[in-house]
Design a protein around this ligand. Structure first.
Ligand code: ADP
Ligand code: MG
Length: 329
């Protein structure tokens, strides 16, 4: 639903990858969400669930098979304007920086190309970017090459580079998962501060529920291309309703109490819904309409082979895409 405060709207995004001799792989299936200025939305899911494919579609590195991605402000649809407005931070800062170039070079280029700086003020703008990501003394850092920096410093350079064109939207794809555990929270704290100061619409992609809950107002849980549950972070992570989210939450360290809650929820549902059908198989076809989780789901029923409904659970925006939530026939 279009709103005045949307920075980026994604409607029914679907991405298929062709596979030789078989049906295409549907890596992203009918995903809809909105990013708002000054807000963080977390996209969580295990490896292979399609998170990076969403990010690549939003960065226009790949063309969606279906759906619409629209940036606030009509002029922003021009390719160069879109590229400036939607910036990315990747998992591996070393791979995303050029070993031959200095830090200053990495920042000057996007400043000049995007028009965010002129030749006259590009040095001052470079210094101010380094300052804003706490890379000081700025003059020393500016002269260095990526291999002379620590992993955390490299990721700060990658963040500064993403900020150079003055984006509205920042897509951070597992931005700390390759960094030392000891500096992860610092980098996430930095992204959080920059989001506030610059009113960035931040998409935080992670497999880590604990940091998703801490840094994101809202969470979407993805499983094999589909958003299975979404809503305010505390709702989704502390009171998960979809069996897949319950599984994730019960396995997550630091999600205190969720294991107990998930077990109770499971027991209650089993009692209420009767036992599962034994006849369920792993979906063979990527275009399978049914719930992708049904082969692993302790509650799977016959009708899970049909497209599950997205059910709003309360007034908070918490929704689960699951037949368990549907009104009984
Ligand atoms: P995640 O980031 O959640 O780990 P990805 O988006 O990288 O997941 O991948 C989702 C699925 O799409 C995986 O099954 C992956 O193998 C497949 N995939 C990703 N990129 C391609 C591609 N270019 N061609 C074919 N399959 C791909
Ligand atoms: Mg990924």
């Amino acid at each position: 639903m279009p709103t005045a405060t949307a920075a980026l709207e994604v409607e029914n995004l679907t991405v298929d990858f062709k596979r030789r001799g078989t049906t295409p792989l549907r890596a992203v299936d009918d995903v809809t969400f909105t990013l708002h200025p000054g807000h963080t939305l977390a996209l969580v899911g295990e490896s292979g669930s399609g998170k990076s494919t969403v990010v690549r579609a939003l960065s226009r590195l790949i063309t969606p098979s279906e759906g619409r991605i629209s940036l606030a402000g009509a002029e922003r649809t021009r390719p160069a304007a879109y590229r400036s407005a939607v910036q990315m931070v990747f998992q591996d800062p070393f791979a995303s920086l050029n070993p031959a170039h200095t830090v200053a070079h990495h920042l000057r280029r996007p400043l000049l190309v995007s028009g965010a700086a002129t030749r006259a003020d590009v040095d001052a703008r470079t210094t101010s970017l380094l300052d804003s990501v706490n890379l000081t003394p700025t003059a020393d850092i500016a002269r260095k090459r990526p291999h002379e920096l620590s992993g955390g410093q490299r990721q700060r350079v990658a963040i500064a580079r993403a900020l150079a064109p003055e984006p509205d939207v920042l897509l951070a794809d597992e931005p700390v998962s390759m960094l030392d555990v000891s500096i992860r929270l610092e980098i996430l704290g930095l992204l959080d501060r920059l989001k506030e100061e610059r009113r960035l619409a931040l998409l935080y992609v992670t497999h880590d529920l604990a940091t998703a809950r801490h840094f994101a107002a809202d969470v979407m849980v993805m499983y094999r291309g589909q958003i299975v549950e979404r809503g305010p972070s505390d709702e989704v992570i502390l009171r998960p309703r979809h069996p897949y989210t319950q599984l994730l939450a019960s396995a997550a360290p630091g999600a205190a109490g969720s294991r107990e809650r998930a077990r109770e929820a499971r027991a209650a549902r089993l009692a209420a819904r009767g036992s599962r059908s034994a006849e369920l198989r792993e979906p063979a076809d990527a275009r399978d309409e049914g719930c992708r989780f049904r082969a692993r789901c302790p509650f799977a029923m016959e009708r899970c082979a049909q497209r599950p409904p997205v059910v709003e659970l309360d007034g908070t925006g918490h929704a689960s895409r699951c037949w368990l939530e549907a009104a009984p026939d």
